[in-house]
Design a protein around this ligand. Structure first.
Ligand code: PLP
Length: 463
């Protein structure tokens, strides 16, 4: 694909961006920009047709691979039948997709429920917060330190980073933030081998006395309506909690009538090898949200599922939330196809993601042994991470992490004698964690390639 055939050259795009695009989104977190022109399977391609193995996949929005033919064909068909319909009306694929999700949750969690759509992760999290406030009449929420739920005013109130709120004045209902079980950097400086989930005990202590600020033991009334949780921190650095953490936490929530809201926006859609990541932890949500990969990145669509008690039409009647483009027909059609694929391929996906995820993690463990600058590596299915540190194996090394990621994006690595690039992302409390998010159909050969390229990058910069 030569530059001359393209609508705009790379430098023309950059010039327009410099003059006309707001820099208030996240593009200019980075000084250098790689301009991409095409995508397919596990790869993005630049103007010179250099392939970049993508281990970011649009922040886990394209789990079934770029230009997935089956989803593409479904969307094309929808464009040719009914591409537009006002959200004033119900129609086939909206109802069918809601049914698929409701039945998937009935099967997994034994709970009957309903689904409401919206256009993005933040919007459905807003809807979920409204649902909980509507039901409990309580505006206050618990949320995790390190959690991320979006950047609208409402969702920054339950997202722990102050950075996302600091320029917008006081947000009155900011959540009470609870430490996430980030065992490599335990907030209580315990060792997970023998901590006996000290963090849950600390949370439970909040309810011991009214003087701890959340609960009145005399009236048995808690000021907080719900707890919003990602099963695994996404933006927070792909931090995986201990297996029985949520079970123990949920016991406390149940005791004090606090509803459990699960945000599956990033970790859902088989990222971890299960449809929903919370399935690994043996607890049931009262309400949950999904977005990103539900359309494989083909159209903005997101949804909130809640159990019947919270969302039945008597309790949550017409008009409690609305957005013009919610449940748009291209999005629901893509979502229906994605869910059909998940249903048909569930067994294979579960088996292969577990196997390949383990293989990837083993490869990362080998790199951990090789480089002092890798503090730890972690993974559940295809939610993988490398914690980049100073040579002491602990002090976060953000600059080194940035150098590695930026070098991958320059597209001058080589694999089997051919030029290529590597797309990685960073996250974590100190932005020193490389998060590894391959498409679910990544091949064994591509995993070998990924490990080799990561090795090349560490070899350039690290010890
Ligand atoms: C866990 C989680 N929740 C919510 C969001 C917000 O979704 P959106 O960017 O579609 O608003 C994100 C986005 O990264 C996310 O990772």
């Amino acid at each position: 694909m030569s530059d001359t055939k393209l609508l705009l050259s790379d430098s023309e795009i950059k010039a327009l961006d410099a003059e006309y695009c707001s820099w208030g989104d996240t593009v200019h977190y980075h000084d250098e920009q790689t301009i991409f022109r095409n995508c397919e399977g596990s790869y993005m391609y630049d103007s010179k047709d250099t392939p970049y193995l993508d281990l970011q996949m649009w922040y886990s929005s394209c789990n079934l691979g770029y230009k997935n033919k089956r989803i593409l064909n479904a969307v094309i068909d929808q464009y040719q039948t009914m591409p537009q319909i006002s959200s004033r009306f119900v129609y086939d694929y909206k109802a069918l997709l809601a049914e698929k999700i409701a039945k998937a949750n009935l099967k997994r969690y034994g709970l009957k429920g309903r689904v409401q759509f919206n256009v993005g992760g933040a919007q459905v999290n807003e809807d979920m917060l409204k649902l909980i406030r509507n039901y409990t009449k309580k505006p206050r929420m618990f949320a995790f330190m390190g959690g991320y739920h979006g950047r609208t005013i409402g969702t920054t109130a339950v997202t722990s980073s102050y950075r996302y709120r600091e320029h917008f004045g006081h947000i009155s209902d900011t959540a009470h933030f609870v430490p996430f079980p980030y065992c490599f950097r335990c907030p209580y400086e315990k060792k997970c081998e023998n901590c006996d989930l000290y963090c849950v005990k600390q949370f439970a202590k909040l309810f011991e006395s009214e003087y701890h600020g959340v609960y009145d033991a005399n009236t048995r009334d808690c000021e907080f309506g719900g707890f919003i949780a990602e099963p695994i921190l996404g933006t927070g650095g792909y931090i995986i909690p201990p297996k029985n953490y949520f079970k123990e936490l949920k016991k406390v929530l149940d005791e004090f009538n606090i509803l459990f809201m699960v945000d599956e926006v990033q970790m859902g859609c088989f990222r971890t090898g299960k449809l929903w990541a919370m399935e690994h932890f043996g607890v049931k949500p009262d309400a949950m949200t999904f977005a990103k990969s539900i359309t494989n990145g083909m159209n903005p669509l997101a949804g909130m599922w809640a159990k019947e008690e919270l969302i039945n039409p008597k309790v949550f009647p017409a008009g409690r939330t609305h957005s013009t483009y919610a449940a748009n027909p291209i999005g629901t059609r893509a979502g229906y196809e994605v869910m059909s694929i998940f249903e048909e391929q569930q067994e294979v996906l579960e088996r292969e993601i577990a196997r390949k995820g383990e293989k990837f993690l083993e490869g990362l463990k080998t790199l951990e042994k090789k480089y002092k600058n890798i503090g730890t590596v972690n993974g559940l299915g295809f939610a993988l991470s490398i914690e980049v540190t100073e040579k002491d194996g602990f002090t976060p090394a953000k600059k080194l992490c940035d150098d590695i990621i930026e070098a991958g994006l320059r597209g001058n690595l080589t694999y089997n004698g051919k030029k290529c690039g590597l797309i990685l992302n960073n996250g974590g409390y100190y932005k020193n964690i490389i998060t590894i998010v391959p498409q679910l159909y990544i091949t064994d050969e591509e995993i070998d390639m990924a490990l080799e390229l990561i090795d090349q990058l560490f070899m350039r910069f690290a010890n």
